[in-house]
Design a protein around this ligand. Structure first.
Ligand SMILES: *[C@@H]1O[C@H](CO)[C@@H](O)[C@H](O)[C@H]1NC(C)=O
Ligand SMILES: *[C@@H]1O[C@H](CO)[C@@H](O)[C@H](O)[C@H]1NC(C)=O
Ligand SMILES: *[C@@H]1O[C@H](CO)[C@@H](O)[C@H](O)[C@H]1NC(C)=O
Ligand SMILES: [Zn+2]
Ligand SMILES: [Zn+2]
Ligand SMILES: [Zn+2]
Length: 444
């Protein structure tokens, strides 16, 4: 079957098990932008409503006060440009019914993720109904969207039936759209915190998932424009290599295959999933603290996290993992370790914080691919923690202070390198800016 989509520097070619794969046609360098796509439809999560512009997703600030839509009182905009953009795209179809819809019993009976789906579906349907006539254009967002493979999710009747407005499109189209919706629905994030969901048909059509991806999506919010997804190369990609992105957090070791089955209708066969399969069932982490300490030690030795802290970050292959370490792949393990780190750091238990934070870094090196943004943000948190330690302890002797500052420098430079690859994204003040601020405190 011919593959009509043509994108600069990418070729879609046949894939042994999947429908197709996007491969690089030229060398793509680390940190470069592979594609940039506007959201075809997007919706804010409930907790962000009123805090961001519903049109461009920029956050409210002293310089950017939001104005309410006078029709429904439930959509907020920076200005008339954003409002007009949203009105034309979908809001004119939704405004009148919005409140009746969201206060209905049917809507209230939905789980919160279903509410979000229902609203996003509303935006999508309104959007689609405004552009009928262009449906068969292969390169239009809708044409690409309709060319996506349907997911395994059976359209949820409730979500469909409470769908607030009646679109002037074939009722049959609704399930067709919906079946392509669950598996092609991206979480939109700012500094890795989810703020909304959106549909980016071209990105769905091009990129398959990998748990060790060589690219990742960042989101850009700018005045008067829809949210934009940019796919960034996390490392150099050579010609003929497949370009992959994460559909979900690779740290979800135990649940990810299940999520793929249920939501996406495939099993991931990446190298990491292959290794994981050879490990067999993952044992729960031990409850006793001497045993946990011994596992932490093994993990740190395996990744040599302490020795590289002076140089660059190594790539740790997920091979030859000692049996005693299997439990680090248990999701409880990473959850508890992150909680311990962040609690200790904010409560000022700096030694515990740096200790658990270093173990967590070792785990990140094991599970995430090089330059993964989560690792960059964690390194920045470690740098801030070590910095707070030097500030918070006035009785610290000179040597300890110098040694701690040296650690701040190492964490910060490793973290900045990764954050620079991912580049500026999301809201204005982010980890990159924080890293610069800390750097100027460190070396005034
Ligand atoms: C992604 O790749 C897997 C194999 O790793 C395959 O089973 C799946 O169908 C692919 N998905 C898409 C959307 O191409
Ligand atoms: C992690 O925390 C949960 C809840 O606090 C606890 O039940 C569990 O035993 C902890 N696991 C480990 C490995 O510490
Ligand atoms: C560092 O200290 C500041 C000021 O006390 C605090 O707001 C911040 O949360 C601390 N950061 C970390 C990572 O502990
Ligand atoms: Zn706006
Ligand atoms: Zn309105
Ligand atoms: Zn995988």
């Amino acid at each position: 079957m011919p593959i009509p989509i043509q994108i600069k520097n990418i070729r879609l070619q046949n894939h042994p098990s999947a429908r197709s794969q996007a491969v690089a046609t030229v060398p793509i360098t680390e940190a470069s932008k592979i594609i940039s796509v506007d959201a075809f439809a997007a919706v804010l999560i409930a907790s962000e409503k009123g805090k961001r512009c519903d049109g461009c997703f920029q956050i409210k600030s002293e310089d950017r006060l939001l104005r309410k839509c006078t029709g429904c009182g439930s959509y907020w905009y920076c200005d008339s440009i954003c409002q007009n953009m949203d009105w034309k795209a979908h809001h004119k179809k939704i405004c009148k019914q919005y409140n009746k819809f969201t206060s209905s019993n049917a809507f209230h009976s939905l789980a919160s993720h279903e509410k979000l789906e229902s609203l996003l579906l509303d935006h999508l349907l309104s959007q689609v109904s405004s552009i009928t006539g262009r449906v068969d254009e292969e390169m239009s967002p809708l044409g690409i969207f309709m060319s996506l493979l349907p997911g395994p999710t059976v359209p949820n009747r409730d979500v469909l039936s409470v769908c607030g407005f009646e679109p002037p499109i074939q009722p049959d189209t609704v399930p067709l759209l919906y079946s392509r919706f669950g598996n092609n629905n991206f979480a939109i994030h700012s500094h890795l915190t989810t703020i909304g969901h959106g549909i980016f048909p071209l990105a769905s059509r091009l990129f398959n998932h990998s748990c060790i991806p060589n690219a990742a999506a960042r989101y850009i919010f700018s005045a008067g424009r829809p949210v934009r997804m940019e796919v960034i190369a996390l490392r150099n990609i050579s010609p003929d290599s497949e370009i992959t992105i994460p559909y979900l957090d690779p740290a979800l070791y135990q649940t990810r295959q299940q999520i793929f089955d249920l939501t996406y209708g495939f099993r991931c066969t990446c190298f990491s999933c292959h290794i994981l399969e050879t490990l067999g069932p993952i044992p729960a982490p031990p409850a006793s603290s001497p045993e946990l300490t011994s596992i932490e030690k093994t993990l740190r030795q395996f990744t040599q996290v302490e020795s590289f802290l002076d140089g660059g970050l190594p790539v740790i292959p997920q091979t030859n993992i000692p049996l005693s370490m299997y439990c680090v792949f248990h999701e409880n393990y990473i959850t508890n370790l992150s909680e311990t780190f962040s609690k200790a750091s904010h409560e000022g238990h700096y030694n515990l914080a740096l200790d658990s934070g270093t173990t967590l870094l070792a785990l990140y090196l094991l599970i995430y691919p090089p330059n993964y943004p989560q690792t960059g943000i964690h390194l920045l948190e470690l740098a801030k923690t070590a910095w707070n330690m030097t500030v918070g302890d006035s009785g610290m002797d000179y040597q300890t202070e110098q040694a701690t500052k040296a650690r701040v420098r190492v964490f910060l430079s490793l973290g900045r390198r990764i954050l620079t690859v991912f580049g500026p994204e999301g809201d204005e003040d982010g980890p990159l800016r924080e890293a610069e601020t800390l750097q100027s405190l460190l070396d005034p």
